[in-house]
Design a protein around this ligand. Structure first.
Ligand code: 5RP
Length: 225
């Protein structure tokens, strides 16, 4: 099975995972990326009715609109029963690195606002220790150099992601060589640097369920397992 096929298979598994939560009165959260786009497609094909979806990016809003799924405002929905999103890396404790698609801040807001976060990924994303994937950090433009120096002070090697402006009007620094032995502590430290909007570590609010497509089957990891 190639990577695209795995994304579709895991998207279908996610729909089965949350099917019982969905009805025409249910708002859901939907993240950003190619795996999440597969979920949107699978959801649309299923003809399961939902109230609509809160999207983590303009790109996802466009994909939802293309498939006729109503867009909802998080300020109007209250707590969401479920949030579906992909990841750039996931560890066995369901801590994640996200933000490869530059949507990390809205993703973190929606994850925090959701009772259940179901993360979907192919097996290339699973690691023992986070950090091979450069850690994205969303930064207010005026603070770019200040934040970069602070990240160097933490042992990282930040690189300005050229040509990217986030949906919030900010820039992204991708940080290589960061030692992420304690993701929750590092997330808190980076998020305290003035000018940082948020970093792409999802450890304070990790996934609740992680579905992983491998060559042969779907692996399911739960935080409470
Ligand atoms: C976007 C993200 C995505 O979830 C992550 O980049 C995975 O994307 P894909 O499903 O295309 O591999 O964090 O900000």
């Amino acid at each position: 099975m190639n990577q695209d096929a795995k994304k579709r298979v895991v998207a279908k598994a996610a729909l089965e995972e949350v099917r019982d939560l969905l009805d025409s009165k249910t708002p859901i959260g939907i993240g950003t990326g190619s795996t999440t786009n597969c979920f949107i497609e699978v959801l649309a094909e299923s003809k399961i009715e939902i109230l609509g979806a809160v999207a983590s990016s303009k790109a996802t809003e466009e994909h939802l609109a293309k498939y006729g799924i109503e867009l909802l405002d998080l300020n109007a929905t209250g707590t969401l029963p479920v949030y579906i999103d992909g990841a750039d890396e996931a560890d066995p404790q369901l801590n994640l690195i996200k933000g490869g698609g530059a949507a990390l801040t809205r993703e973190k807001i929606i994850a925090e606002a959701s009772s259940q976060f179901v993360c979907i990924a192919d097996d290339s994303k699973i690691v023992d220790v986070l950090g091979a994937f450069p850690l994205p950090v969303e930064v207010i433009p005026i603070a770019r150099s200040l934040v970069a120096r602070a990240l160097v002070g933490l042992g990282g090697n930040p690189e300005y992601r050229q040509g990217i402006v986030t949906d919030n009007g900010n820039i992204i620094l991708d940080v290589r060589d960061m030692s992420i032995t304690n993701p929750q502590a590092l997330e808190a430290v980076i998020n305290q640097i003035p000018g940082v909007v948020t970093c792409g570590l999802f450890a304070k609010r990790p996934a609740d369920i992680l579905l992983v497509a491998s060559h042969r089957n779907i692996l399911k990891f739960s935080r409470d397992a």
